[in-house]
Write a protein that binds this ligand. Structure first.
Ligand code: ASP
Length: 439
């Protein structure tokens, strides 16, 4: 037998993560079923798993601000003329908003048809007073930073995005000094991607901690009383990911949706296990470039933007939750109210940070807008973590779908890379190079 055949191929990182998810799920559900003794609860669930999961999430999040800044500056600076920037920016923004509006419309229609909240017959205290949402003008002004360092320190991603784009444009029009600085940013980008890979080595352990803790605490028990709500959200997420995205990919970009989902495996798993599209950003960026074949000039612009403003899965949860709460409290919503829900949830998704649970907080804004009791959120909070994991995967799939469509329309998608069977190979190569570097 040749040595080549004998050489054992290391398991890809994606597969390692998948396995730790499954093991985490089994261990977590078992712990929940057994009702772990207090010491195990304190040392394992609230100790080891909590610390391990938090450290992993923190390590991923530490990358977000530098990655968004550096990658957007590179992306903008390489879109060499302002016209191109306007065109790519317009397409990207238009698609992000349109897909979110479609997602929430679907959610509202399905929820009205299935009526998951019927039969709850709750009454609301009359003391609830809807505070007006901040005026649109204020929200718009808040996007523009007065101090970019503060914006970065606060993790205010919309402000970081505005500053990065302006900085990138300035580099574009600064001649050779701009070119020199842009080269430094390209190098920085490469260094940051190496840092991403170092942190990714922790992924199988981090994911195990996160998943085990979720299931050890929640099990599946919380779902039962809310099974209809839960299933309607899952159904809408499945329709959006399984029909809307494939249709868009096929019709607007002529791409094979099955290949798309195969290529997207890694970021989808990460999004699911971390419930944070921000934390998944490094993997999404890498996938857009190395597996989808979308040139850096496009992906380093569209992905950080999408991770921040595009939340189709979140919008779906908000649509279903709004209808569910209205039905549970026996409040009739008018057509106008539904239109308001679609508009508010679409705008809310722009302001929703890609971190766990924020969609639920932003739901308060949608409920207030149509005068529904905000305390209704308490009804669905028990099942939100599981739904959060699923909707974050859809959020991430949406970012990648739009990136592929924009990349294709700008002739910046390499079909050879998109169609190549690279399942896991990038991970494996990176693992090899990483371990090689350590030797
Ligand atoms: N966890 C979601 C995300 O990071 C946001 C949310 O819906 O809470 O994309």
């Amino acid at each position: 037998m040749s040595t080549k055949a004998k050489e054992k191929k290391p398991m890809s990182l994606t597969n390692q993560v998948l396995i730790s998810m499954i093991v985490g799920l089994v261990v977590g559900v078992t712990l929940k079923q057994l009702g772990p003794p207090a010491f195990l609860q304190a040392w394992l669930v609230e100790g080891l798993l909590l610390v391990g999961g938090k450290i992993f999430l923190a390590s991923l999040k530490l990358l977000v601000v530098p990655l968004v800044f550096v990658s957007l500056v590179c992306g903008t600076a390489s879109l060499d003329d302002i016209k191109k920037l306007g065109r790519v920016g317009g397409k990207t923004l238009g698609l992000y908003l349109a897909t979110t509006a479609a997602a929430i419309s679907l959610a509202v229609v399905v929820a009205i048809a299935v009526a998951p909240g019927a039969g709850f017959e709750l009454s609301t205290t009359a003391t609830f007073e809807a505070k007006p949402a901040p005026p649109l003008s204020e929200t718009f002004i808040a996007i523009f930073p007065t101090n970019p360092i503060k914006a970065m320190a606060d993790g205010n991603m919309l402000q970081v995005i505005v500053f990065s784009i302006l900085f990138g444009i300035a580099l574009c029009i600064s001649g050779s000094p701009g070119k020199r600085i842009a080269d430094v940013f390209q190098d920085l980008n490469k260094v940051l991607m190496k840092l991403v890979m170092m942190i990714m080595m922790l992924a199988p352990y981090g994911v195990f901690c996160l998943i085990t803790k979720v299931f050890a605490e929640q099990g599946f028990g919380a779902i039962l009383p809310l099974i209809k709500y839960f299933l309607v959200v899952v159904l809408c997420l499945a329709i959006h990911a399984g029909i809307t995205y494939p249709t868009l990919l096929k019709t607007l970009a002529g791409l094979n949706p099955i290949t798309f989902f195969k290529n997207a495996r890694s970021p989808l798993l990460f999004a699911f296990s971390t419930a944070s599209s921000n934390a998944t950003l490094p993997v999404t960026l890498e996938t857009a470039r190395d597996k989808m074949g979308v040139d850096n000039t496009i992906s380093s612009f569209t992905i950080p933007l999408g991770v921040t403003i595009n939340m189709d899965g979140t919008a779906i949860m908000q649509g279903v939750a709004t209808v569910f709460i209205a039905q549970a409290y026996g409040i009739d919503l008018t057509i106008n109210d539904y239109v308001m829900v679609v508009v508010t949830a679409t705008l809310a998704s722009i302001g929703t940070a890609g971190v766990p649970g924020v969609g639920l907080i932003m739901l308060a804004m949608v409920l207030k807008q149509v005068g529904l009791p905000v305390e209704g959120i308490g009804l669905i909070i028990g099942v939100d973590r599981l739904l959060d994991m699923m909707r974050t995967a859809v959020n991430t799939a949406g970012d990648l779908t739009v990136t592929c469509i924009v990349g294709r329309s700008e002739r910046q998608l390499d079909a050879k890379v998109f169609n190549a069977d690279t399942s896991g190979s990038a991970d494996v190569n990176l693992q090899k190079s990483f371990h090689g570097a350590l030797k």
